[in-house]
Design a protein around this ligand. Sequence first.
Ligand code: BES
Ligand code: MN
Ligand code: ZN
Length: 503
Amino acid sequence: MEFSIKSGNPEKQRSACIVVGVFEPRRLSPVAEQLDKISEGYISSLLRRGDLEGKTGQMLLLHQVPGVLSERVLLVGCGKERELDERQYKQIITKTIETLNESGSMEAVCFLTELHVKGRDIYWKVRQAVEATQASRYRFNKFKTRKKEPRRPLRKIVFNVPTRRELSVGEKAVQHGVAVAYGTKICRDVANMPPNYCNPSYLGEQAKELAEKHDKISVSLIDEQQMADEGMNSYLAVVRGAKNEGLMSIIDYRGANDPNAKPIVLLGKGMTFDAGGISLKPGEAMDEMKYDMCGAAAVLGVMNTVAELNLPLNVIGVLVGAENMPDGDAYRPGDILTTMSGQTVEVLNTDAEGRLVLCDALTYVERYNPDSVIDVATLTGACVIALGHHTSGLLSNHNPLAHELQNASEQADDKAWRLPLYDEYKEQLDSSFADMANIGGRPGGTITAAAFLSRFAKKYNWAHLDIAGTAWKSGKDKGATGRPVPLLSQFLINRANNESNDS
Ligand code: BES
Ligand code: MN
Ligand code: ZN
């Protein structure tokens, strides 16, 4: 898909389709008004006749409108003018792209970016339009032998900005939007792969592919033998029951002017299948546990975005690849593990495996002397109960880092909400026999899981994103969402902007 920015009059556009907004009830947007004038009231006469009320998402496609140079005019219902918010804006863009794909217009000039969205500037509107466009075109077809594609798909879209002064910020928004959307697509593609293809070594191959594409990325793989040498016994306990070997893929991006500048480390839980182990999960919807690697998929996507935008930062992405299976050799409830940090853990439930691989990965990355470490994990079912499917959980041992992530989340409209990490919760992890247990009971399950991780993240600023509810959708729209790629990309874009302001 080709995106560009223009600042022009609607009546001067010669395009396959020109897209303008209509508000409820039957009120033309300023741009639609201009088209109405040159068509000598043709559009307003249709509205008076009752063809379009202007409700959010309503579409009316017109052909050969008198006086208009473009072949088609798509009128898009935008709801009540003063109520247009982020969510409606994205819905409107998505619906528009779907309609254009079916209309046979292979290119379009879109004026919806000029609408007023409460509290959002032109950069935001263009960037979200690009991301929503790419998201609406996404299909995971790899395993369909008959692929359904639109006959004449949209190929080129121009977003209009109100004045020429906004052209450069619009272009920046397109560049960022394209890079974030591509990172999101990479995340979704890897996450949607079935677990008989996507295992820890598949994640390693994906990491290697990034290194081949981008000069500033190098990749190293830590296999089970190296983990044993490092004393990562907790990680190794989890993978022992699986035929597919555990593998940690380290993606090193050096983009900062100072190659020794402290890196930001992103850790992604990459449980390519979580059967629960000996604490076997119930059968219902167990297939969805192929998505237990969405943290790793997100890190992979973000690393691509960072490299594509050539951000002046050092970022290390770690895919913590593993599979959790029941087996005669699997680890069991009751086992006591000595983690890489030296702290001991009593396993009370083998299904709380994410924290057991992540804790050793958290210790492993101490060697990079990180500026901060952010882990991303489909860690707890409790997070789905606490926040549902719209908001990721955010927990941190460092308030400024938590605020940065919260801000990035709001800017990118990739929702996250902070949960507390008070010391009181840590007591729930007390064990009779080891330094801690791997579960803390039902109350505050997301918090006790994060409290567990925090014991391995004392040496640096650390944040944790629990994406159990947001990483994929179930039911008829089953599939990975690509979250939180937009949030993390925004966080890094902001860091890069601060970097260039400082120097
Ligand atoms: N990967 C799961 C968490 C999960 C479950 C994410 C359902 C999304 C949907 C994790 O490994 C797990 O099984 N967690 C347990 C922890 C419990 C045993 C303390 C859970 O949430 O039930
Ligand atoms: Mn589990
Ligand atoms: Zn899991």
